[in-house]
Design a protein around this ligand. Sequence first.
Ligand SMILES: Cc1cc2nc3c(=O)[nH]c(=O)nc-3n(C[C@H](O)[C@H](O)[C@H](O)COP(=O)(O)OP(=O)(O)OC[C@H]3O[C@@H](n4cnc5c(N)ncnc54)[C@H](O)[C@@H]3O)c2cc1C
Ligand code: FES
Length: 263
Amino acid sequence: MIEQDSEIIFNKRVAVDTFLIGLKSPLVAAEARPGQFVMLKVGRGMDPLLRRPFSICGIREENLILILYRIVGQGTRIMCDFRKGESLSVLGPLGSGFEMPHKGDMPILVAGGMGIAPLIFLASIMEPGSFSFFAGFGSAKEVVATDEVGSSGLDLSISTDDGSAGHRGLVTELLENRLAGFDGKTSPVVFACGPLPMLKEVAAITLDGVLSCQVSLEASMACGLGACQGCAIRRSSEQAIAYYHVCQDGPVFDVNVLDWGAL
Ligand SMILES: Cc1cc2nc3c(=O)[nH]c(=O)nc-3n(C[C@H](O)[C@H](O)[C@H](O)COP(=O)(O)OP(=O)(O)OC[C@H]3O[C@@H](n4cnc5c(N)ncnc54)[C@H](O)[C@@H]3O)c2cc1C
Ligand code: FES
Protein backbone atom coordinates (compact mmCIF):
# COMPACT_ATOMS: atom_id res chain seq x y z
CA MET A 1 0.00 0.00 0.00
CA ILE A 2 1.39 3.35 -1.10
CA GLU A 3 0.53 6.99 -0.49
CA GLN A 4 1.52 9.12 -3.44
CA ASP A 5 0.88 12.74 -4.41
CA SER A 6 -0.42 12.29 -7.93
CA GLU A 7 -0.65 14.82 -10.75
CA ILE A 8 -4.01 15.16 -12.47
CA ILE A 9 -3.42 14.52 -16.16
CA PHE A 10 -7.07 14.97 -17.16
CA ASN A 11 -10.51 15.15 -15.57
CA LYS A 12 -13.21 14.93 -18.22
CA ARG A 13 -16.99 14.56 -18.25
CA VAL A 14 -18.02 11.24 -19.82
CA ALA A 15 -21.80 11.13 -19.08
CA VAL A 16 -24.28 13.14 -17.07
CA ASP A 17 -22.71 13.92 -13.66
CA THR A 18 -20.00 11.37 -14.45
CA PHE A 19 -16.27 12.04 -14.86
CA LEU A 20 -13.08 10.14 -15.65
CA ILE A 21 -9.97 11.37 -13.88
CA GLY A 22 -6.46 10.27 -14.86
CA LEU A 23 -3.87 10.44 -12.08
CA LYS A 24 -0.14 10.04 -12.57
CA SER A 25 0.56 7.55 -9.83
CA PRO A 26 3.25 5.14 -11.06
CA LEU A 27 3.80 3.32 -7.78
CA VAL A 28 0.09 2.61 -7.28
CA ALA A 29 -0.35 1.74 -10.96
CA ALA A 30 2.48 -0.80 -10.80
CA GLU A 31 0.73 -2.82 -8.10
CA ALA A 32 -2.95 -2.37 -8.96
CA ARG A 33 -5.17 -5.34 -9.83
CA PRO A 34 -8.80 -5.30 -11.04
CA GLY A 35 -11.19 -5.06 -8.09
CA GLN A 36 -8.83 -3.05 -5.92
CA PHE A 37 -9.56 0.52 -4.90
CA VAL A 38 -7.84 3.72 -3.80
CA MET A 39 -8.68 6.28 -1.12
CA LEU A 40 -8.47 9.81 -2.53
CA LYS A 41 -7.87 12.93 -0.43
CA VAL A 42 -10.27 15.24 -2.21
CA GLY A 43 -10.33 18.14 0.27
CA ARG A 44 -7.61 20.77 0.11
CA GLY A 45 -7.75 21.41 3.85
CA MET A 46 -9.61 19.61 6.62
CA ASP A 47 -12.98 19.62 4.87
CA PRO A 48 -13.92 16.98 3.99
CA LEU A 49 -11.55 15.30 6.41
CA LEU A 50 -12.05 11.73 5.27
CA ARG A 51 -10.68 10.27 2.07
CA ARG A 52 -13.16 8.84 -0.42
CA PRO A 53 -12.93 5.27 -1.83
CA PHE A 54 -12.95 4.65 -5.60
CA SER A 55 -12.39 1.52 -7.66
CA ILE A 56 -9.50 1.55 -10.08
CA CYS A 57 -11.07 1.64 -13.54
CA GLY A 58 -7.88 1.04 -15.48
CA ILE A 59 -4.17 1.66 -15.92
CA ARG A 60 -2.85 3.58 -18.86
CA GLU A 61 0.74 3.93 -20.08
CA GLU A 62 1.90 2.03 -16.98
CA ASN A 63 1.82 5.06 -14.70
CA LEU A 64 -1.68 6.52 -14.97
CA ILE A 65 -4.58 5.26 -12.85
CA LEU A 66 -8.08 5.93 -14.14
CA ILE A 67 -11.02 6.59 -11.80
CA LEU A 68 -14.57 6.80 -13.07
CA TYR A 69 -16.83 8.68 -10.66
CA ARG A 70 -20.31 10.08 -10.36
CA ILE A 71 -21.16 13.26 -8.44
CA VAL A 72 -23.23 12.29 -5.39
CA GLY A 73 -22.10 14.66 -2.61
CA GLN A 74 -19.51 17.06 -1.26
CA GLY A 75 -16.35 15.12 -2.12
CA THR A 76 -17.26 14.19 -5.68
CA ARG A 77 -18.51 17.76 -6.30
CA ILE A 78 -15.03 19.00 -5.33
CA MET A 79 -13.42 16.41 -7.59
CA CYS A 80 -15.24 17.47 -10.72
CA ASP A 81 -13.64 20.93 -10.46
CA PHE A 82 -10.09 19.52 -10.36
CA ARG A 83 -7.96 20.78 -13.24
CA LYS A 84 -5.07 19.27 -15.19
CA GLY A 85 -1.74 19.98 -13.45
CA GLU A 86 -3.18 20.01 -9.90
CA SER A 87 -2.41 17.07 -7.64
CA LEU A 88 -4.06 14.99 -4.96
CA SER A 89 -2.99 12.27 -2.56
CA VAL A 90 -3.75 8.69 -3.59
CA LEU A 91 -3.63 5.85 -1.04
CA GLY A 92 -3.64 2.37 -2.49
CA PRO A 93 -4.03 -0.03 -4.05
CA LEU A 94 -6.29 -1.37 -1.30
CA GLY A 95 -8.39 -4.49 -0.75
CA SER A 96 -8.60 -7.76 -2.57
CA GLY A 97 -8.95 -7.97 -6.31
CA PHE A 98 -11.04 -10.31 -8.44
CA GLU A 99 -9.81 -13.86 -8.70
CA MET A 100 -9.18 -14.43 -12.40
CA PRO A 101 -11.29 -17.03 -14.24
CA HIS A 102 -9.76 -20.41 -15.06
CA LYS A 103 -9.23 -21.87 -18.51
CA GLY A 104 -12.56 -23.17 -19.85
CA ASP A 105 -14.64 -20.76 -17.75
CA MET A 106 -17.01 -18.36 -19.51
CA PRO A 107 -16.85 -15.06 -17.61
CA ILE A 108 -19.97 -12.90 -17.42
CA LEU A 109 -19.44 -9.36 -16.14
CA VAL A 110 -22.51 -7.63 -14.69
CA ALA A 111 -22.35 -3.94 -13.77
CA GLY A 112 -24.85 -1.48 -12.36
CA GLY A 113 -24.09 2.26 -12.64
CA MET A 114 -20.61 3.13 -11.41
CA GLY A 115 -20.12 -0.56 -10.66
CA ILE A 116 -18.87 -0.66 -14.23
CA ALA A 117 -15.53 0.88 -13.13
CA PRO A 118 -13.73 -2.18 -11.68
CA LEU A 119 -15.24 -4.42 -14.37
CA ILE A 120 -13.78 -2.26 -17.15
CA PHE A 121 -10.37 -2.85 -15.56
CA LEU A 122 -11.08 -6.59 -15.31
CA ALA A 123 -12.25 -6.73 -18.94
CA SER A 124 -9.09 -4.91 -20.07
CA ILE A 125 -6.89 -7.82 -19.02
CA MET A 126 -9.11 -10.57 -20.43
CA GLU A 127 -8.95 -11.81 -24.00
CA PRO A 128 -11.35 -9.88 -26.27
CA GLY A 129 -14.37 -12.01 -27.19
CA SER A 130 -13.80 -14.46 -24.32
CA PHE A 131 -16.46 -12.98 -22.03
CA SER A 132 -19.89 -11.29 -21.91
CA PHE A 133 -20.27 -7.82 -20.40
CA PHE A 134 -23.65 -6.43 -19.30
CA ALA A 135 -24.05 -2.92 -17.90
CA GLY A 136 -27.21 -1.35 -16.52
CA PHE A 137 -27.93 2.36 -16.12
CA GLY A 138 -30.91 4.51 -15.20
CA SER A 139 -31.23 6.07 -18.65
CA ALA A 140 -29.30 6.75 -21.88
CA LYS A 141 -27.74 9.96 -20.56
CA GLU A 142 -26.03 7.99 -17.77
CA VAL A 143 -24.51 5.43 -20.13
CA VAL A 144 -20.72 5.57 -20.10
CA ALA A 145 -19.38 4.97 -23.62
CA THR A 146 -16.41 2.66 -23.43
CA ASP A 147 -14.33 4.66 -25.93
CA GLU A 148 -14.73 7.67 -23.60
CA VAL A 149 -12.93 5.70 -20.89
CA GLY A 150 -10.16 4.38 -23.13
CA SER A 151 -11.70 0.94 -23.66
CA SER A 152 -12.84 1.15 -27.26
CA GLY A 153 -13.70 -2.21 -28.77
CA LEU A 154 -15.24 -3.48 -25.54
CA ASP A 155 -18.48 -5.24 -26.51
CA LEU A 156 -21.01 -4.07 -23.91
CA SER A 157 -24.70 -5.01 -23.78
CA ILE A 158 -26.61 -2.17 -22.17
CA SER A 159 -29.86 -2.07 -20.22
CA THR A 160 -31.65 1.03 -18.98
CA ASP A 161 -34.49 1.30 -16.50
CA ASP A 162 -36.50 3.57 -18.81
CA GLY A 163 -35.63 1.82 -22.09
CA SER A 164 -33.92 4.91 -23.55
CA ALA A 165 -30.89 2.77 -24.53
CA GLY A 166 -30.47 -0.97 -24.98
CA HIS A 167 -32.67 -3.48 -23.21
CA ARG A 168 -35.54 -1.92 -21.24
CA GLY A 169 -35.36 -3.33 -17.73
CA LEU A 170 -32.86 -4.66 -15.26
CA VAL A 171 -29.33 -5.72 -16.08
CA THR A 172 -29.98 -8.95 -14.16
CA GLU A 173 -32.50 -9.87 -16.89
CA LEU A 174 -29.62 -9.79 -19.39
CA LEU A 175 -27.68 -12.08 -17.05
CA GLU A 176 -30.60 -14.51 -16.80
CA ASN A 177 -31.04 -14.56 -20.59
CA ARG A 178 -27.34 -15.29 -21.05
CA LEU A 179 -27.37 -18.08 -18.47
CA ALA A 180 -30.38 -19.66 -20.19
CA GLY A 181 -28.26 -20.00 -23.34
CA PHE A 182 -25.51 -22.13 -21.75
CA ASP A 183 -25.10 -25.62 -23.11
CA GLY A 184 -23.25 -27.16 -20.16
CA LYS A 185 -19.94 -27.46 -22.06
CA THR A 186 -18.48 -24.30 -20.48
CA SER A 187 -18.87 -23.04 -16.90
CA PRO A 188 -20.28 -19.55 -16.49
CA VAL A 189 -18.46 -17.51 -13.83
CA VAL A 190 -20.06 -14.25 -12.81
CA PHE A 191 -18.31 -11.03 -11.73
CA ALA A 192 -20.64 -8.30 -10.46
CA CYS A 193 -20.43 -4.78 -9.08
CA GLY A 194 -23.22 -2.29 -8.53
CA PRO A 195 -25.90 -1.16 -6.11
CA LEU A 196 -26.86 -3.56 -3.32
CA PRO A 197 -30.34 -4.48 -4.67
CA MET A 198 -28.72 -5.50 -7.97
CA LEU A 199 -26.05 -7.54 -6.19
CA LYS A 200 -28.70 -9.27 -4.08
CA GLU A 201 -30.49 -10.31 -7.27
CA VAL A 202 -27.22 -11.52 -8.80
CA ALA A 203 -26.54 -13.46 -5.59
CA ALA A 204 -30.00 -15.04 -5.67
CA ILE A 205 -29.57 -16.09 -9.32
CA THR A 206 -26.07 -17.52 -8.92
CA LEU A 207 -26.67 -19.21 -5.55
CA ASP A 208 -29.82 -20.78 -6.95
CA GLY A 209 -27.94 -22.02 -10.03
CA VAL A 210 -24.89 -23.07 -7.94
CA LEU A 211 -22.69 -20.87 -10.12
CA SER A 212 -19.34 -19.37 -9.29
CA CYS A 213 -19.77 -15.66 -8.57
CA GLN A 214 -17.65 -12.85 -7.16
CA VAL A 215 -19.25 -9.56 -6.11
CA SER A 216 -17.57 -6.24 -5.39
CA LEU A 217 -19.37 -4.47 -2.54
CA GLU A 218 -19.58 -0.83 -1.54
CA ALA A 219 -19.71 0.28 2.10
CA SER A 220 -19.19 3.50 3.99
CA MET A 221 -15.46 3.69 4.58
CA ALA A 222 -13.71 6.05 6.96
CA CYS A 223 -10.18 4.63 6.85
CA GLY A 224 -10.03 1.98 4.12
CA LEU A 225 -7.37 0.18 6.13
CA GLY A 226 -9.18 -2.09 8.58
CA ALA A 227 -8.73 0.30 11.51
CA CYS A 228 -12.12 1.94 12.11
CA GLN A 229 -14.55 -1.04 11.88
CA GLY A 230 -16.91 1.20 9.90
CA CYS A 231 -17.30 -1.18 6.98
CA ALA A 232 -18.11 -4.40 8.86
CA ILE A 233 -20.62 -6.78 7.24
CA ARG A 234 -21.91 -10.17 8.36
CA ARG A 235 -20.45 -13.40 7.05
CA SER A 236 -22.73 -16.28 6.14
CA SER A 237 -23.59 -18.58 9.04
CA GLU A 238 -21.17 -21.29 7.79
CA GLN A 239 -18.19 -19.00 8.45
CA ALA A 240 -16.35 -19.26 11.78
CA ILE A 241 -15.99 -15.51 12.41
CA ALA A 242 -19.04 -13.24 12.35
CA TYR A 243 -17.82 -10.19 10.36
CA TYR A 244 -15.77 -9.15 7.38
CA HIS A 245 -14.30 -5.71 6.78
CA VAL A 246 -15.22 -4.68 3.24
CA CYS A 247 -12.04 -2.58 2.94
CA GLN A 248 -9.59 -5.33 3.92
CA ASP A 249 -11.32 -8.66 3.32
CA GLY A 250 -13.07 -7.28 0.21
CA PRO A 251 -14.36 -5.34 -1.54
CA VAL A 252 -14.51 -8.49 -3.72
CA PHE A 253 -16.17 -11.51 -2.07
CA ASP A 254 -17.25 -14.95 -3.17
CA VAL A 255 -21.04 -14.84 -3.14
CA ASN A 256 -21.17 -17.84 -0.79
CA VAL A 257 -19.38 -16.25 2.16
CA LEU A 258 -21.80 -13.36 2.82
CA ASP A 259 -25.00 -13.24 4.86
CA TRP A 260 -27.23 -11.77 2.13
CA GLY A 261 -30.21 -11.53 4.45
CA ALA A 262 -28.28 -9.19 6.76
CA LEU A 263 -26.91 -6.91 4.02
C1 LIG B 1 -14.69 0.05 -2.54
C2 LIG B 1 -15.49 1.19 -3.11
C3 LIG B 1 -15.33 1.52 -4.45
C4 LIG B 1 -16.06 2.59 -5.00
N1 LIG B 1 -15.87 2.87 -6.31
C5 LIG B 1 -16.53 3.91 -6.86
C6 LIG B 1 -16.29 4.26 -8.22
O1 LIG B 1 -15.50 3.62 -8.94
N2 LIG B 1 -16.97 5.33 -8.72
C7 LIG B 1 -17.86 6.05 -7.95
O2 LIG B 1 -18.46 7.01 -8.46
N3 LIG B 1 -18.08 5.73 -6.66
C8 LIG B 1 -17.43 4.70 -6.10
N4 LIG B 1 -17.65 4.40 -4.77
C9 LIG B 1 -18.58 5.23 -4.00
C10 LIG B 1 -17.85 6.50 -3.60
O3 LIG B 1 -16.90 6.19 -2.62
C11 LIG B 1 -18.85 7.51 -3.05
O4 LIG B 1 -19.75 7.88 -4.07
C12 LIG B 1 -18.12 8.74 -2.55
O5 LIG B 1 -17.37 8.43 -1.42
C13 LIG B 1 -19.12 9.82 -2.22
O6 LIG B 1 -18.42 10.91 -1.69
P1 LIG B 1 -19.11 12.34 -1.58
O7 LIG B 1 -18.32 13.14 -0.62
O8 LIG B 1 -19.32 12.93 -2.94
O9 LIG B 1 -20.55 12.02 -1.04
P2 LIG B 1 -21.04 12.08 0.50
O10 LIG B 1 -21.34 13.53 0.78
O11 LIG B 1 -20.07 11.38 1.37
O12 LIG B 1 -22.35 11.25 0.36
C14 LIG B 1 -23.39 11.63 -0.54
C15 LIG B 1 -24.38 10.49 -0.64
O13 LIG B 1 -23.75 9.32 -1.18
C16 LIG B 1 -23.89 8.23 -0.28
N5 LIG B 1 -22.62 7.47 -0.25
C17 LIG B 1 -21.41 7.93 0.11
N6 LIG B 1 -20.50 6.93 0.06
C18 LIG B 1 -21.15 5.83 -0.34
C19 LIG B 1 -20.78 4.50 -0.54
N7 LIG B 1 -19.54 4.06 -0.35
N8 LIG B 1 -21.74 3.63 -0.92
C20 LIG B 1 -22.98 4.02 -1.11
N9 LIG B 1 -23.41 5.29 -0.93
C21 LIG B 1 -22.52 6.18 -0.53
C22 LIG B 1 -24.15 8.85 1.06
O14 LIG B 1 -24.89 7.98 1.90
C23 LIG B 1 -24.95 10.07 0.71
O15 LIG B 1 -26.30 9.75 0.51
C24 LIG B 1 -16.96 3.33 -4.19
C25 LIG B 1 -17.12 3.00 -2.85
C26 LIG B 1 -16.41 1.94 -2.32
C27 LIG B 1 -16.58 1.57 -0.88
S1 FES C 1 -13.11 1.47 6.39
FE1 FES C 1 -12.21 1.47 8.35
S2 FES C 1 -12.23 -0.66 8.83
FE2 FES C 1 -12.94 -0.63 6.79
